[in-house]
Design a protein around this ligand. Structure first.
Ligand code: AMP
Length: 210
């Protein structure tokens, strides 16, 4: 099974990914996490991507498409989180999937009101070790990997106010058109992602079991 998570920044795609990967045995491809690892490892790709990411802008399509294409070749069931984010990326993904005899089973669209998104992003802390996210005021229990017994929390550069507004604009201008693209292919399923984490997981389970 191959699933795409589509939705604005802060809509909970990363949080639900951890649940879905375990439950449905999918291979998680989070382009944001891969790019952050490239940056911390000091690779060429990381160096090229960094300047776009800290401003809240999208990394150029061709860099992302090449990066994802390499990953896709390794797996036969994937959870795509944060990709595609532009029409060119969606078209490139269709092409890559057809070469690999793979198909998209579900596109899950995480719908959250924009004022709630801004609130979530500005309150968000991330763990450097495992990429889990937390709300500033909540108790921190980070147990996804042994290294996270002592989580190292930080606020992402692109979760600061100026970058948040650029990311929201980019989402509206470049990513939101994908809703029609996938709707026209009858793949789009809308999730009310303004509910609790468990309620969102339950909505997704119902769709996945169809
Ligand atoms: P995320 O962790 O998904 O919020 O992504 C963080 C940042 O990584 C984005 O704001 C972009 O700068 C970059 N990025 C992640 N995925 C993509 C993508 N599919 N296309 C272009 N840039 C991306």
């Amino acid at each position: 099974m191959n699933v795409i998570l589509l939705g604005p920044p802060g809509s909970g795609k990363g949080t639900q990914s951890s649940y879905l990967v375990k439950k449905y045995k999918l291979n998680h491809i989070s382009t944001g996490d891969i790019l952050r690892t490239e940056i911390s490892s000091g690779t060429n790709l990381g160096k090229q991507a960094r300047k776009y990411m800290i401003e809240g802008n999208l990394v150029p399509d061709q860099l992302i498409i090449d990066m994802v294409s390499k990953k896709l070749k390794k797996f036969d069931s994937v959870l795509l989180d944060g990709f595609p984010r532009t029409l060119s990326q969606a078209e490139a993904l269709d092409l890559e999937f057809s070469k690999l005899f793979m198909k998209i089973n579900h596109v899950l669209y995480f719908d959250v009101p924009s004022d709630e998104l801004i609130q979530r992003l500005s309150q968000r802390l991330s763990c450097r070790n495992c990429a889990s996210t937390f709300i500033k005021s909540e108790k921190i229990v980070c147990n996804s990997k042994p290294c996270c017994k002592e989580p190292e929390l930080y606020q992402r550069e692109d979760d600061k106010p100026d970058a948040i507004s650029i990311r929201m604009k980019n989402y509206t201008d470049l990513t939101a058109p994908l809703l029609d693209f996938y709707n026209n292919k009858n793949l789009m399923k809308k999730i009310d992602a303004n509910e609790s984490i468990n309620q969102v997981s339950n909505q997704i389970d119902k769709i996945m079991q169809i």
